[in-house]
Design a protein. Sequence first.
Length: 320
Amino acid sequence: MTDKPPASEITPREVYFNRRAFLRGGLIAGTAAATALLYRKFNGLDFDTTTLPPIRGVVPAPHGPFRVDDEDLTPRVKVVNYNNFYEFTTDKDAVAGAAKDFKTDGWKIAVEGMCHRPRVFDLDAFRKLGAPEERIYRHRCVEAWSMVIPWVGFPIAKLLAAVDPLGSAKYVAFETLMDPTRFPNQTTNVLEWPYVEGLRLDEAMHPLAIFATGLYGQELPAQDGAPVKLVVPWKYGFKGIKSIVKITLTDREPVSTWNKRAPSEYGFYANVNPQHDHPRWSQATEQRINESGRRKTLMFNGYGEQVASLYTGMDLDAHF
Ligand SMILES: Nc1nc2c(c(=O)[nH]1)N[C@H]1C(S)=C(S)[C@@H](COP(=O)(O)O)O[C@H]1N2
Ligand SMILES: [Mo]
C-alpha cells in the first residue's frame, strides 16, 4: 500500500476535484488562475483530511447509467460525515467519530443457502471476485436527502456467478456483523439486530447493483459500511446494508430490518418513487446535500430506463 501508484492509475483527489471545474471552467481550466480558484472553492467545503489506502487499478465508470455526469459529486467530506449507521449511533453527524476505530481485520463473508458452491470468503478472496470499478450513483435516503457518490465496487452478479444459485433460488438475503463490542448501539433496542436486508434474485443480478468496497478511489470508510456495503441505486438508502458478513440464497422473501420495524412506512421493495409518499412525509422532492433548494425526486431515482422492466405488471403502490 505504500508503493507509489503508476501514473496511469487514477489519483482520486485530483480527478474528482478537477472534473467539475474543468466542465465549468471552460477556457481558463488548467491555468494557474483556474487552480487558485479551484482551491479557494474547495477550501470552503472543509476539505476532509482523513485518508484511507487508495484502491489500485480502478476502472473508471463508463458513460451512461453507471456515471451520473450532469450533477455535482457530493464532496467527500459530506459523504463521510453525514451517515446513517444505527449500530454506531442514530446521530448522522456523529457516526464518523463513533466509527473511527472500527477494524475489519480477519473479516469473513459467508455465502450459503440455495447455491451449488457455498463458500466463506476472506476479504481478499471477496475483492478478487471482480475488478474494482468506479460507479457514480445518486443516493436517495428515505428521509428525503440525497447525494451523488463515486463508489468503487463490482456487480453482485459476479458473486452470484461464483456460487452458482440453484434454479429454485428466488431471493438474496444479506446480514450485517453482530458484535456489540464493536457496534455499541447493538446493546440497545433502537433496531432489531443484526441489520438484515434482501433483494429479489433478478434485482441482485442487475448490472447496476453492486457491492461497494470503496469510495472516492479509496477503501470504504467504516462509517460508510466497511468493508463491504450493498449499493442498489434505484432503491432507498436503507436497502444499502453495511458491513456485510453473511449472504444467503433463498426461495422466501428475506426479512428487511426497516420493513419489519414499520411495515406501513418501509416496504420490502423500497424503490425510489416520488408518487408514493411515506406516511409521515412527501417523497416528491429531496434535499441534495450541499445544495440549496430542493430537487424533484426521479422515478427509480433516475434509473427507470434500466430497471422499470423488473417490475412490469406490479402495483408499485402495493409493493412499495
Ligand atoms: N447495517 C446498517 N446498514 C445501513 C444502515 C444502518 O443503520 N445499519 N442505514 C441505512 C440507511 S437508512 C442509509 S440512508 C444508508 C446510508 O449510507 P451512507 O452512510 O454510506 O450514506 O445506509 C443504510 N445501511
Ligand atoms: Mo436512509
